[in-house]
Design a protein around this ligand. Structure first.
Ligand code: ADP
Length: 255
């Protein structure tokens, strides 16, 4: 099976008047369709740099990135984003926020409008379609932001610390909720987070990066023997602590 995303020996350095900062050193990994992968590493190691390269915002110094078997191009419509801030516009209703991407890409049709309504209905937001974003809870706002992204039918979702603006309690329920929606959508997802618990509760695999310049220390497959494998159930399962400790040790060993 062709991986959705493949990184081959990626290197990247920043050049400033003060000198060169090597951020990424020989990063190679690939994502299979439907897989949920998290990337963790010490602060400042190069996680955002890696995401910017995958998003096509910067080019690697050397190495290659393939999306769906073809070299990555800028602004690929195959990539969707979920960021720390939901970027919902207060002057638009919830409905008009979720169709914004379709409007911008010129694909707002009777069919895609009906898809928007279906997703709003499926995820419990239809009664709020005419509301303003400020009338929604933090979790509902993230759902709306995710629906806006899913309507563009991306093949790969890049999640950049998507829950870090939320308080701890909200964060647990929202990551559970959003994690389940992403699973049920069958999308391939790449999550960058500094929150190890979040990575263990959400992903199928964790890519551990070393301190800067980031190289891959280890890739740990995550499996839970749960009847209902949800992020919240994982947090209460016995394997959770083992994975957490194993990866924590790996990260701190590096320091
Ligand atoms: P992380 O996301 O893991 O915290 P980053 O990818 O943001 O790390 O940064 C990796 C390293 O590259 C850091 O040491 C940072 O200081 C440096 N860096 C990031 N952006 C720039 C830039 N625009 N110019 C110079 N150095 C940068």
């Amino acid at each position: 099976m062709t991986p959705i995303l493949e990184l081959r020996n990626i290197n990247y350095s920043y050049h400033t008047p003060e000198g060169e900062t090597k951020a990424l050193a020989g990063i190679s990994f690939s994502l299979s369709p439907g897989e949920f992968t998290a990337v963790v590493g010490p602060s400042g190691c190069g996680k955002s740099t890696l995401l910017s390269l995958i998003a096509g915002l910067m080019r690697p110094e050397s190495g290659e990135i393939f999306l769906d078997g073809a070299p990555l191009t800028e602004n690929s419509s195959k990539i969707g984003y979920m960021l720390q801030h939901d970027h919902l516009f207060e002057w638009r209703s919830v409905y008009r926020n979720v169709v914004l991407g379709l409007e911008i890409s010129g694909t707002l049709t009777a069919e895609t409008r009906s898809e928007a309504e279906q997703l709003l209905e499926q995820y419990g937001l239809l009664p709020f379609a005419r509301s303003r974003p400020s009338e929604l809870s933090g979790g509902m706002r993230q759902r709306a932001a995710l629906i806006r992204t899913l309507l563009l039918k991306p093949e790969l979702l890049l999640l950049d610390e998507p829950f870090s603006a939320l308080d701890y309690q909200t964060r647990l329920t929202v990551s559970d909720d959003i994690g389940q929606i992403i699973r049920s959508s069958g999308k391939t997802a790449l999550l960058v987070t500094h929150d190890l618990s979040e990575a263990v509760s959400l992903s199928d695999r964790i890519v551990i990066l070393s301190k800067r310049p980031a190289s891959i220390t280890r890739i740990v497959p995550i499996t839970f023997a749960l009847e209902k494998d949800t992020p919240l159930n994982r947090r209460n399962a016995p394997e959770f602590k083992n994975y957490f400790n194993e990866i924590w040790k790996e990260l701190n060993h590096d320091e």
